[in-house]
Design a protein around this ligand. Structure first.
Ligand SMILES: C[S@@+](CC[C@H](N)C(=O)[O-])C[C@H]1O[C@@H](n2cnc3c(N)ncnc32)[C@H](O)[C@@H]1O
Length: 225
């Protein structure tokens, strides 16, 4: 996930914070999500780069939303980060909630979009608010489950599936495990195999379709209940 190596400039004695360094420390302490908040905090002071912050919505989600206006339906964006995907859906007519485990990301999203109608919340996918169960017509999970270690994956996948209301749509995208060399790879992220993406079809959720995208480096899947 790192895009920026730890650097030390001998002339200025400055050092940037690598997300991999933060992740390693949190994971060693047994905290699967404890590195996100310090990463966003470090980024605010210019001491780190948030590797996934593109400043624009996910391109496949943008194409999907253009063809599926919300008309007041309820959407939930998992791992809302700096708010680009929730804002896209709100603009497409969805009554949108975005949540992130990192309070600093949630605050930054609110700050970036002061006129927003999105309900930004700090929440944990591994222990989500019970009132979100079966509560959303559209659930968007893009490269968040893969950012947590494999041992919490079943819980994360079950939470995503659980958000989906009857008749709704869940969109899931992840880096394809099939596109990496698992023998040498060390996460984060921990990419998902096709079967793992298909495993979001549980507890009444069923797969509508799955396809490789971005030259087979990612999966894009659609589910319904
Ligand atoms: C790899 S980033 C992806 C962000 C965004 N979905 C995207 O496509 O760019 C993962 C995001 O999920 C958040 N996150 C990680 N674990 C989480 C959890 N258990 N509950 C909620 N958010 C989580 C992180 O803070 C981070 O903003």
């Amino acid at each position: 996930m790192s895009t920026q190596p730890e650097t030390t400039d001998s002339s200025e004695q400055t050092q940037t914070t690598d997300d991999a360094t933060l992740a390693k420390a949190a994971l060693a302490a047994g905290d699967p999500t404890g590195w996100f908040e310090p990463l966003y905090v470090a980024a605010e002071s210019g001491d780190a780069v948030v590797p996934w912050a593109r400043g624009e919505p996910n391109r496949e989600l943008a194409a999907w939303a253009a063809a599926h206006p919300g008309d007041g339906r309820r959407a939930l964006v998992v791992g809302s980060a700096l708010g680009d995907d929730p804002e896209l859906l709100a603009a497409a007519g969805y009554v949108t909630t975005g949540f992130d485990v990192a309070a600093t990301a949630v605050a930054a999203a609110r700050r970036r979009f002061p006129e927003s109608t999105v309900d930004y919340q700090v929440a944990d996918l591994l222990a989500p608010p019970p009132e979100w169960h079966h509560a959303f017509d559209l659930v968007v999970e893009i490269i968040n489950v893969q950012a947590m270690p494999r041992d919490v994956r079943p819980k994360a996948v079950a939470s995503v599936a659980g958000f989906l209301a009857p008749g709704g749509t869940a969109l899931v995208s992840a880096v394809a495990e099939e596109s990496i060399d698992t023998a040498t790879w060390s996460g984060p992220p921990w990419p998902l195999s096709r079967a793992e993406v298909e495993s979001f079809a549980q507890d009444g959720v069923r797969l509508v379709g799955i396809e490789p995208i971005r030259e087979n480096t990612r999966w894009w899947a659609e589910f319904t209940r």
